[in-house]
Design a protein around this ligand. Sequence first.
Ligand SMILES: *[C@@H]1O[C@H](CO)[C@@H](O)[C@H](O)[C@H]1NC(C)=O
Ligand SMILES: *[C@@H]1O[C@H](CO)[C@@H](O)[C@H](O)[C@H]1NC(C)=O
Ligand SMILES: *[C@@H]1O[C@H](CO)[C@@H](O)[C@H](O)[C@H]1NC(C)=O
Ligand SMILES: CC(=O)N[C@H]1CO[C@H](CO)[C@@H](O)[C@@H]1O
Length: 337
Amino acid sequence: MADQAFVTLATNDSYSLGAMVLGKSLRNHNTTRKLVVLVGPNVSEPRQSVLRRIYDDVKVVDVLDSGDTAHLALMKRPDLGVTLTKLHCWTLTQYSKCVFMDADTLVLSNIDELFDREELSAAPDPGWPDCFNSGVFVFRPSVETYGKLLQYCTEKGSFDGGDQGVLNGFFNDWATADISKHLPFVYNLSSIAIYTYLPAFKQFGGSAKVVHFLGQTKPWSYTFDPQTKQISGGSQEAPTHPAFLLDWWTLYASAVVPMLQEQYGDEPFLTGCMESQESDTTVTTETVQVESSSSHAPMEPVMSSEQRKEQWEQGQADYMGMDSFDNIKRKLDTFLK
Ligand SMILES: *[C@@H]1O[C@H](CO)[C@@H](O)[C@H](O)[C@H]1NC(C)=O
Ligand SMILES: *[C@@H]1O[C@H](CO)[C@@H](O)[C@H](O)[C@H]1NC(C)=O
Ligand SMILES: *[C@@H]1O[C@H](CO)[C@@H](O)[C@H](O)[C@H]1NC(C)=O
Ligand SMILES: CC(=O)N[C@H]1CO[C@H](CO)[C@@H](O)[C@@H]1O
């Protein structure tokens, strides 16, 4: 067990809050594996210090400083900065197997059984079922694979501009080769799907193991009132997944805020505004995921998987199309049967 780890990534201070809550949620469910967080150079020292209390290993990854192929790739494709940082997880060769989880996921029960799966196991993306969602995946650290991924990145780029495109391009037989690498529904429960199909959620919600807060508004962008347990704010969107959002905030307020206060003094740390002073100019992977997961492609085999991928690469997907909801609903219907 000591040679297996959950791995996440925090590129800036706001995502570090997500990583803190994710780490706590894994601990609370008594994981027997190590916890590792990769942090970008922009994550401030006090945040890193809190992360060190939750994670076994906090590894600063500065692609600009790496002087290796990753640095060269970044020179060619500065837009891939965050992606290249995420790919660094393959260099964690002191571990034989890892599960990567995005910082905007929350664990609702013990998920150590994921380590029984092989590289590359992941859940289908709700919007693009022939592609996997790169928010949760099982992988085997390897310098060789890392090198190949970087080479792939440099030569082919990413068809969605982020890590999901690179990983789907590289592990391109995922959809067809081995069904045991398709993680079941309980690991890819996205907040969008919940919102879309509340009745179904009421039936299977109890078995959810991981919730992925896809969407532009992340849990930490809201404001929380610990007295009334009310969540508010969050720029334009209304909270669409109140139950899980409340789980996130309850854990954050009880377990993370006290540690932040030790670092920063008595700031309440309960409002989304803490995000607004930060800047980060890199292209966001998260936004890309939002788009791909709510994209609308015909679910019926009107187009082949290859054709669909091609359309996606050419940016022809109608990302916010209403049909995406129908697709997800149909998927859930199938699942529930
Ligand atoms: C985790 O372990 C502790 C101590 O053994 C136990 O009290 C707690 O119920 C466990 N938590 C879960 C979610 O199983
Ligand atoms: C933090 O990084 C993520 C991507 O890793 C990005 O989506 C987000 O916009 C960044 N936040 C800020 C406040 O810069
Ligand atoms: C870090 O912050 C600086 C200045 O705010 C910004 O120019 C740079 O793009 C950021 N780097 C990363 C990797 O987010
Ligand atoms: C919402 C969604 O697309 N969920 C998918 C999760 O993964 C299973 C396969 O294991 C799909 O059937 C679901 O549609």
